[in-house]
Design a protein around this ligand. Structure first.
Ligand SMILES: Nc1nc2c(c(=O)[nH]1)N[C@H]1C(S)=C(S)[C@@H](COP(=O)(O)O)O[C@H]1N2
Ligand SMILES: [Mo]
Length: 243
């Protein structure tokens, strides 16, 4: 095991200085090896999802899963154009938040054109806009014990509420945003109005629509049926649906 690593980038040879616990000798890498090492480290979980040009957007972006939550509570919120809707951010945070849509829209914004991949076998490219989830988490102040973010949605599938969860690596990934706009228009009900998660390194079912509450938790065991999401609980889908 290498316990201490410093990359010294030179012109010809690149030295990866550190202590190998067995030999205690410095590890020397050729420039090619070093490039491979760097490439591996940036294609890990922190790597960005591919972004596309505006002209590559799909002419039609399908609506999938719930197309309208169809509950009296959601109807009332939608009837008032979500003026009374609030996003709660709570659980293991120092400062619980309750944010209106205009407040969310006035935070620093990120826009990205990405491809959505659904396990059911379709994809679509669209432009999503909203604040980074990281911005809200910094406002709320995550406690040290927090390990996952749970996204509670307004809709139900049968008797069960839709929910999803991600870990802190995805929560603080720069492309993880809370989107209120698709293709430069306010999100419609089909696509998850007023706010939905975009977690671009994972499959479609992780991108929770109709967000009501984001809860920071230490464990997923007590949430839903314990597997971290509606499809994970009911159909055995993978919790980590990386693409
Ligand atoms: N709340 C909620 N979020 C959801 C779903 C859902 O049914 N309810 N379906 C998921 C699935 S399987 C996909 S592919 C995408 C579809 O998003 P879209 O309707 O904007 O295409 O939303 C995901 N998020
Ligand atoms: Mo999906």
């Amino acid at each position: 095991m290498i316990t201490r690593r410093t990359l010294i980038l030179g012109t010809g040879t690149v030295m990866l200085a550190g202590c190998d616990s067995f030999t205690d000798s410095p590890v020397l890498l050729s420039a090619d090896d070093a490039n491979r090492f760097l490439q591996r480290s940036i294609t890990g979980r922190a790597a960005l999802a591919k972004q596309y040009r505006p002209d590559q957007r799909s002419p039609i972006f399908r609506v999938n899963g719930t197309a309208n939550p169809n509950t009296p509570e959601y109807y009332a919120l939608a009837a008032n154009r979500f003026a009374d809707w609030r996003l709660r951010v709570d659980g293991l945070v120092a400062r619980p938040l309750s944010l209106s849509l205009p407040q969310i829209q006035s935070l620093p914004q990120r826009a990205q054109i990405t491809r959505h991949d659904c396990v059911e076998g379709w994809s679509a490219i669209g432009k999503w806009q909203g604040p980074q989830l990281a911005t809200l988490l910094r406002l709320a102040g995550l406690r040290d014990t927090a390990r996952y973010l749970v996204f509670h949605c307004a809709d139900r599938f049968g008797a069960l509420p839709y929910y999803e969860s991600i870990d802190l690596v995805d929560a603080f990934h720069p492309q993880t945003i809370l989107a209120w706009a698709l293709n430069d228009r306010t999100l419609n009900i089909g696509h998850g109005a007023p706010l939905r998660l975009r977690v671009e390194r994972q499959l479609g079912y992780k991108h929770a629509k109709y967000l009501m509450r984001i809860e920071a938790v230490a464990s997923l065991a007590g949430v839903g049926q314990g597997k971290g999401g509606f499809w994970e609980d009911t159909n055995g889908y993978e919790w980590y649906a990386g693409i």
